[in-house]
Design a protein around this ligand. Structure first.
Ligand code: HEC
Length: 109
């Protein structure tokens, strides 16, 4: 009986990871990519977002995350593989970048 419980518990625990779909995985990666979530600057659907307005030397400026749903995979990949001023540097694997790309192209409206 004890062994049976133990076995069903481990099946439940280890099996559980496969219950999340690719889309759920990518959605959580987008919001929590080992660093500040992409959604904070690029918006929930990747269409871009106005993050802050500020004044610099008397000129009103805006800090915006761009629309990242309208670029090809190569540009998307390269952007995440280099440093972009204003954007944190991430260390994502190719699989993770692909998952994010697929996710953004699905949620694009
Ligand atoms: C702190 C804000 C911030 C966060 C967080 C952020 N970005 Fe960015 N991102 C930027 C800014 C600013 C740019 C440059 C926009 C521009 O050139 O107009 C940029 C540019 C990009 C580009 C290039 C866009 C283009 O048109 O070439 C991609 C792709 C991108 N980000 C993807 C992501 C992804 C994916 C994440 C999460 C892993 C992320 N960003 C997180 C601010 C951010």
């Amino acid at each position: 009986m004890k062994l049976f419980l133990l076995l069903s518990l481990s099946v439940y625990l280890f099996g559980a990871t496969s219950f999340i779909t690719d889309e759920e995985y990518a959605s959580s990666l987008y919001k929590n990519p080992r660093g500040i979530g992409c959604n904070n600057c690029h918006g929930d659907n990747g269409k871009g977002k106005l993050v802050a307005k500020y004044e610099q030397k008397g000129v009103l400026k805006e800090f915006k995350g761009s629309d990242i749903t309208n670029i090809g995979f190569k540009d998307f990949y390269e952007a995440l593989d280099t440093s972009i001023p204003g954007m944190p540097k991430y260390f994502l694997t190719k699989d993770e970048i692909e998952a994010l790309y697929r996710y953004l192209h699905k949620v694009k409206k």
